[in-house]
Ligand binder design. Structure first.
Ligand SMILES: N[C@@H](CCC(=O)N[C@@H](CS)C(=O)NCC(=O)O)C(=O)O
Length: 206
C-alpha cells in the first residue's frame, strides 16, 4: 500500500504512526499537495492528503476513513479506538478536540502565510487561534496517565501538538500545557513517531 502525503501534515502523520504501530508495511508517496496538486487530485478528487492506496488500487481518502479501515483490518483487540462504551466515547471526544485544534491552527496558518499580505484578516486569525487554543485547553483537562497504552487519542493529540508548534509556535509554546508536554515527549520518543517526524513545515507563501 502507498501512503500519499508529507509528514508535516498532522493528518498524514497520524496515519503513518498508526500504520507503523499496527505493523503495516507501506510505501511513501511524498509528492506535495501544493506543488503536485494535479497528481494528488487524480488520487483524491478533493485534492487533499492523506490518501492510502491499497494493493488492489482502491484509494482511501480522509484520515478518519483510513484509520477506520486500519482498525477494522486488525480487529477489535488491536484497534486504536475501543469498540464501544465510555472508552470509545472518550477516545472519540479527544480525537475530535485534537482534529479541531489542527483545523483551526491550520486555518490561522494558511491565512497568515498563504493569503496575500494585503488581504489578511487579523480578527479571523485571532478567532481561529482562540478556537485552537480552546481545543488544546480541553485536551489538557483530560486525564492522561503517564505511560498509558497508545491509542488513537494519544497519537492524534501528539501529532496535533507537534504540528501546532511547528506551524504557529506562539499559540501553544512549551510550558503552557505541561500535561500535553509530557504526553508529547512520551510519544515523540517512540520509534513510530521518530520515523515520521517532519523536519520542516513548508507552505507556499502569499
Ligand atoms: N479531514 C481531512 C483533512 C485533511 C487535511 O486537512 N489535509 C490538508 C493537509 S494537513 C490538505 O490537504 N490541505 C490542502 C488543501 O486542503 O488544499 C483528513 O482527516 O484527512
Amino acid at each position: 500500500m502507498i501512503l500519499v502525503g508529507q509528514y508535516d501534515s498532522p493528518y498524514v502523520r497520524r496515519v503513518a504512526v498508526s500504520l507503523r504501530v499496527l505493523g503495516f508495511d507501506y510505501q511513501h508517496d511524498t509528492r506535495s499537495v501544493f506543488g503536485d496538486f494535479d497528481a494528488i487530485q487524480r488520487i483524491n478528487p478533493a485534492g487533499r492528503i492523506p490518501a492510502l492506496v491499497l494493493d488492489d488500487g482502491e484509494a482511501l481518502v480522509d484520515s478518519a476513513a483510513i484509520l477506520d479501515w486500519l482498525d477494522e483490518t486488525v480487529g477489535p483487540e488491536r484497534a486504536l479506538v475501543p469498540p464501544r462504551g465510555i472508552e470509545r466515547r472518550t477516545v472519540l471526544r479527544r480525537i475530535a478536540l485534537a482534529c479541531g485544534a489542527i483545523d483551526k491552527i491550520g486555518a490561522a496558518t494558511y491565512e497568515r502565510l498563504m493569503r496575500p499580505e494585503a488581504l489578511r484578516w487579523p480578527e479571523w486569525i485571532a478567532r481561529c487561534r482562540t478556537q485552537g487554543l480552546g481545543a488544546f485547553s480541553a485536551l489538557a483537562a483530560e486525564s492522561w496517565p503517564a505511560n498509558s497504552a497508545l491509542d488513537q487519542a494519544k497519537i492524534t493529540t501528539a501529532c496535533a501538538l507537534f504540528y501546532a508548534r511547528m506551524a504557529d509556535p506562539e499559540t501553544v509554546p512549551p510550558g503552557r500545557f505541561p500535561v500535553l508536554d509530557r504526553l508529547s515527549a512520551e510519544c515523540e520518543e517512540l520509534p513510530e513517531f521518530a520515523a515520521t517526524r517532519p523536519t520542516e513545515y513548508v507552505l507556499p507563501r502569499g
